[in-house]
Design a protein around this ligand. Structure first.
Ligand SMILES: Cc1cc2nc3c(=O)[nH]c(=O)nc-3n(C[C@H](O)[C@H](O)[C@H](O)COP(=O)(O)OP(=O)(O)OC[C@H]3O[C@@H](n4cnc5c(N)ncnc54)[C@H](O)[C@@H]3O)c2cc1C
Length: 510
């Protein structure tokens, strides 16, 4: 068996892994990186993301976090820990009870460190050649966001050569499957296996787990998120490489779990497509039915972006975990609806609802009945609720001016229908009719490891696991709905913090 050793071992070469490695190298440590994938796929989920970042503004790149960043995370810091525990968590960490240090809760000092580390980390990345630009997420209301120029792939392909030039060894097709433990049950490296050529022991003074979540592991998905997860798949190829060993191995040696093990970040995609992030985001402009031809959710509630996760959950719970977005030709009144479709597959189309149902494989009578009932509920609806207070808008509408769909919901809701459709409830009458199938994909899982603000992994006893760090998706800080455009930021900020901390701890020990 091959033996290897280094100061800092990094498992995974996505955003968190490469920033850990770079920071550790810059602090004088010797570094080895293990990566399960072949070199062409290096970078896990990071490789496939557009890397939108939750930063302020949107007209020119800047590195200030958005105004709702801290507020959003603080509002979803975990579930029902007691008010006394919350009060205790406001005190300095050194005074915390061992119990508090292990709770599934986003610790205030971890959130502070996240928020305050974003600007210097992005500046640091810019200094290493990473570029930023204004982009937008292709959903209903186009909101300009700052992203990494060239997306996550550019981040990977910029940083990997730099860390190699600085002396790190990246070993591809090498999967970490076991920890090497010292006599205090601290982590002293890993045992890894190559996809074809045997195994390797890498001894390390510090090991950083930057190996993603468990979105690529069906057993863990079913175990933690339930049996309907059998119908999901990672939103892009990179997710398949994240099979959760880092989390599982650490839990097995007593790491405290944190983050929402019952939740993941999801996106609605076309199951027929092989492209990354094959989004079907235009469904609020039609109806969504299940395999029985029945509607089951409000397709256009007040804030569709906020409801995206919930819609995906609801689709995932339908028979075979699939929904069908059905629309009519009047969808073309919404100028850019196709922008919200990223599937490379064409819609199924037909001149009547009955013909469409046959083409899609839905029960004809049921779909016809669903559309008839929906259409009747629309014709009575003139609520105009959202802008009721806006006299000028109501007047403009009454004059027959087209609705500005790009800035607000129209408030046209169904009446007496369960479930309702709260906006854009227009009857489906004009052929040709179209349909895209939708499944809920997993972008990343939220359950992970409890860490300090520098990524040190906490044991269930409240002590730290000697030698072990986690960063990026492997750490658990997200509960409930993901605060969008923050996962790359989590990777790079905590990756850098963990790398620096690990290397300086090695240096201190001499
Ligand atoms: C299509 C898509 C779009 C997204 N859009 C955005 C966005 O716009 N903004 C945003 O903030 N986030 C977005 N995300 C999420 C974000 O990209 C990821 O959560 C983040 O990049 C994860 O970084 P990471 O370093 O923690 O994990 P990853 O980048 O997934 O890296 C983990 C690495 O570990 C390797 N690995 C796993 N297990 C092992 C093992 N046992 N041994 C060795 N190696 C292992 C994997 O091969 C992988 O390379 C998106 C994700 C996807 C897929």
């Amino acid at each position: 068996m091959v033996e290897n050793e280094c100061d800092v071992l990094v498992v995974g070469c996505g955003a968190a892994g490469l920033t850990s490695a770079l920071a550790a190298l810059e602090s004088g440590a010797s570094v080895i990186v293990l990566e399960r994938s072949p070199i062409a796929h290096r970078g896990g989920n990071t490789r496939w993301t557009e890397a939108l970042l939750r930063l302020k503004g949107g007209v020119a790149p800047n590195f200030q976090i958005s105004d709702d960043f801290v507020e959003g995370y603080a509002a979803q810091a975990g579930y029902h820990i007691t008010p006394a525990q919350i009060a205790e968590s406001a005190q300095p960490r050194e005074t915390w009870s061992s119990l508090l240090r292990t709770l599934p809760y986003l610790d205030p000092d971890v959130l502070d460190a996240f928020a305050s580390s974003v600007p210097p980390t992005l500046k640091w990345l810019e200094g290493h050649g990473v570029r930023f630009r204004v982009m937008e997420y292709p959903f209903i209301f186009p909101a300009p966001l700052i992203g990494i120029y060239g997306g996550g792939e550019a981040l990977i392909e910029t940083l990997a050569p730099i860390i190699e030039r600085k002396g790190a060894n990246i070993l591809y097709e090498m999967t970490a499957i076991q920890f090497l433990l010292d006599e205090d049950l601290g982590v002293a490296g890993v045992h890894a296996v190559h996809s074809q050529e045997g195994s390797m022991r890498v001894r390390a003074k510090k090991t950083i787990l930057a190996c993603g979540g468990f979105e690529g592991n069906p057993a863990m998905l079913a175990q933690y998120l339930g049996t309907t997860m059998r119908y999901t798949r990672p939103v892009a190829t990179g997710g398949w490489y994240n099979k959760g060993e880092g989390i599982r191995l650490a839990l097995d040696i007593g790491a405290a779990p944190a983050g929402d093990f019952a939740e993941c970040h999801r996106q609605p995609i076309d199951p027929r497509s092989s492209v990354s992030e094959a989004l079907v985001g235009a469904y609020p402009f039609g109806i969504v039915v299940n395999a029985r031809g029945e509607r089951f959710m409000d397709e256009a509630p007040a804030d569709p972006l906020g409801f995206l996760e919930e819609h995906c959950r609801q689709i995932n719970r339908q028979p075979d975990g699939i929904g069908y977005f059905v629309y009519d030709a009047s969808i073309d009144d919404v100028p850019a609806w196709r922008r919200m479709i990223r599937s490379d597959q064409q819609p199924l189309q037909a001149n009547s609802i009955a013909e469409l149902a046959s083409k899609v494989g839905l029960p004809v009578d049921a779909l016809e009945a669903t559309v008839r009932i929906f259409n009747n509920a629309c014709s009575q609806s003139r609520a105009f609720a959202y802008r009721r207070d806006d006299a000028a808008a109501v007047e403009a509408y009454n004059r027959g001016e087209p609705f500005d769909w790009t800035t607000v919901m129209d408030g046209f809701s169904t009446e007496g229908l369960v479930p309702p459709k709260s906006n854009w409830a227009r009857p489906l009458m004009k052929g040709p009719f179209g349909c895209f199938p939708i499944i809920s994909s997993v972008t990343f899982t939220c359950g992970g490891l409890k860490t300090t603000k520098d990524g040190e992994v906490v044991r269930t006893s409240g002590a730290l696991i000697p030698g072990l760090y986690a960063a990026g998706e492997t750490m658990g800080i997200i509960y409930g709905n993901y605060i969008g455009a923050t996962s790359v930021l989590r990777g790079v900020t905590f990756g850098r913090r963990a790398g620096r901390h690990a290397a300086s701890a090695v240096a201190r020990k001499g």
